[in-house]
Design a protein around this ligand. Structure first.
Ligand SMILES: Nc1ncnc2c1ncn2[C@@H]1O[C@H](COP(=O)(O)OP(=O)(O)OP(=O)(O)O)[C@@H](O)[C@H]1O
Ligand code: NI
Length: 424
C-alpha cells in the first residue's frame, strides 16, 4: 500500500466576520498517499476550498486556522528543520503548521502546487505565458540547488506573489534553459506549437488552453502534491474530460499526489482513488472510491449519489437533497448531526453530534476520530462515516417527527438537548 504523504489532523478554520464566527472547517482529518488522487466532494459552501487553502496556509483574513496539524513526509525538510523546530518533526514527517512561516511559504511550488477554476488567478495578464512558466522553473531550480538561500530570498512571497510582482522585468527569460523547459512543459500539457505559444499573453489563449498553461506552471515546480480546486468547472464538457485525462496522465508520469476538490461526483468517479465527502465543514464519510460509491452509509452521500451528473451532459450544480448547507455560524451550530435537519433518516440519536464511526465495525472496535499523529501510521477503518447508521440500521421507531426542525421556536428555546434514550 502506498505510504502517506500528507496526514492532516484536527484541522479547523474559522472566519471572524461582523455577523459572527463561521466554522468553515471543523476538525477535519484525512491522509493523502503517494501517487494517489484524493477527492473532496460536497455541495457549495461545505468547506472544500477552505480546507484546501488551510493545508497550504493561504486562508485570508478574516479567516484563521484555529487548530490542526499538517504532517508532510519529506526527509530532507525534516533534516533541515529538526534542529530549530524539533517539535515540528516526527521521523520523516514535518508538521508544516509548526515550521517558520518563510519555510512554509517556500514549500509552495516545489512541494505543494495549486490549480484553480480560474486560470487568471495564477497567471499574470501582462507577462507572456512562457515567461511565467520559466520563472516557476527557476524558482524550483533555486530551491533544489540551495534550499536555505532560496528560503530567505523568497521569504514572505508565495509563488504567485513572486510571479505577479512588478519587480519582474517584462520579456526577460531568466535563462535559455528555463525557456526551453517552459516550452517542454507546454508541450507536455498538450499545447500545440508550444514554442510560438510561449511568447503569447494569457488573453491570446482559449479557456482550455489557459487551463493547460496553468497546469504547466503548477507542474514546473515538480510538486509532490497538486491541489486542484474545481479545475475544470468553468470549461465545456469535452474540454473538461480532456483536462482530467491530462491530469491523470501527468500524475502517472510524475508520481505526484493530487487533492481533487469538486462538487461534481462525475469528476470524482473518473479521477479519484479515495474520497472524503464534506458537509458543513466536516468530512462526514470517507473511504476508497468503491467504499463510498458502492456502499455509502451516510444519507448525505447517498443523496449526492442519487444525482451523479453525467460528464457527457452539461453538469448541473449539485442540489440533490432538499435544503441547503447551513451558513455555519457558530451560534447556530447545534450540538447534533449537522445533516439531521435534511436527513430522511434522522433519529433521536442524531441530536448528539456523531463521532467518526468505522463502517462495519462493532461499537467497541470503532476508533474515535481519524486517529493518531504522524507516528501512528497504522490504519484500521478505511471506510468511516459520521453517522450512527455506520453502526446499526435505521430504526423507524426512533425517527424524529417530520417537522421537528421546522419550528423556529424549538430552535431558539428548546435547543438544549433533551435526555436522549439510546438503547445501548
Ligand atoms: N472570506 C470569507 N469570509 C467569511 N466566510 C467565508 C469566507 N470564505 C469562505 N467562507 C465560508 O466558509 C464556508 C466554506 O466555504 P468554501 O468556499 O470552503 O465552500 P466550498 O465547499 O468550496 O463551496 P463551493 O463549491 O461553492 O466552492 C462557507 O460557509 C463560506 O461562506
Ligand atoms: Ni470551493
Amino acid at each position: 500500500m502506498a505510504e502517506d504523504l500528507l496526514r492532516v489532523r484536527d484541522l479547523s478554520t474559522r472566519f471572524f466576520t461582523e455577523d459572527g464566527q463561521v466554522n468553515a472547517v471543523e476538525s477535519v482529518d484525512f491522509d493523502v498517499r503517494d501517487g494517489e488522487v484524493f477527492g473532496i466532494v460536497g455541495e457549495s459552501g461545505s468547506g472544500k476550498s477552505v480546507t484546501a487553502l488551510s493545508v497550504i496556509d493561504l486562508v485570508e483574513s478574516p479567516g484563521r486556522i484555529t487548530s490542526g496539524e499538517v504532517w508532510y513526509r519529506n526527509a530532507d525538510l525534516a533534516e533541515e528543520v529538526r534542529d530549530d523546530t524539533p517539535e515540528a518533526v516526527d521521523g520523516e514527517f514535518v508538521d508544516v503548521r509548526r515550521v517558520p512561516e518563510n519555510v512554509r511559504r517556500s514549500l509552495r511550488g516545489p512541494s505543494f502546487s495549486t490549480i484553480f477554476q480560474d486560470p487568471m488567478s495564477s497567471l499574470n495578464p501582462s507577462l507572456t505565458v512562457g515567461e511565467q512558466i520559466a520563472e516557476a522553473v527557476e524558482v524550483q531550480r533555486r530551491a533544489r540547488s540551495n534550499p536555505r538561500s532560496t528560503r530567505s530570498r523568497t521569504q514572505g512571497y508565495g509563488l504567485t506573489d513572486l510571479l505577479s510582482s512588478a519587480v519582474l522585468p517584462s520579456k526577460s527569460y531568466v535563462s535559455d534553459e528555463s525557456r526551453a523547459e517552459a516550452i517542454d512543459l507546454l508541450e507536455q500539457v498538450g499545447i500545440p506549437d508550444p514554442a510560438e505559444r510561449a511568447d503569447e499573453y494569457p488573453h491570446e489563449f482559449s479557456g482550455g488552453m489557459l487551463q493547460r498553461a496553468m497546469i504547466a506552471q503548477a507542474l514546473a515546480g515538480e510538486p509532490d502534491v497538486l491541489i486542484a480546486d474545481e479545475p475544470t468547472t468553468a470549461l465545456d464538457v469535452t474540454i473538461q474530460a480532456q483536462i482530467l485525462d491530462l491530469l491523470r496522465d501527468l500524475q502517472d508520469e510524475t508520481g505526484m499526489s493530487i487533492m481533487m476538490i469538486t462538487h461534481n461526483l462525475g469528476v470524482i468517479a473518473r479521477m479519484c482513488d479515495r474520497v472524503g465527502v464534506m458537509y458543513a465543514g466536516e468530512i462526514v464519510e470517507r473511504g476508497t472510491l468503491e467504499d463510498v460509491f458502492d456502499d455509502p452509509v451516510h444519507p448525505y452521500t447517498r443523496g449526492l449519489l442519487g444525482s451523479i451528473p453525467d460528464l457527457d451532459d452539461p453538469a448541473p450544480r449539485l442540489q440533490p437533497i432538499e435544503g441547503n448547507v447551513p451558513d455555519l455560524y457558530d451560534e447556530e451550530m447545534e450540538d447534533r448531526c449537522y445533516f439531521a435537519d435534511r436527513c430522511p433518516k434522522a433519529m433521536e440519536e442524531c441530536l448528539n453530534h456523531p463521532p467518526e464511526f468505522e463502517v462495519g465495525a462493532t461499537p467497541e472496535e470503532s476508533p474515535e476520530g481519524g486517529g493518531g499523529t504522524a507516528d501512528s501510521g497504522e490504519r484500521t477503518g478505511e471506510h468511516t462515516a459520521r453517522c450512527v447508521l455506520a453502526q446499526h440500521e435505521y430504526d423507524p421507531s426512533q425517527a424524529l417527527p417530520n417537522d421537528y426542525f421546522e419550528s423556529g421556536a424549538r430552535r431558539k428555546s428548546e435547543s438544549e438537548p433533551e435526555e436522549v434514550s439510546a438503547d445501548d
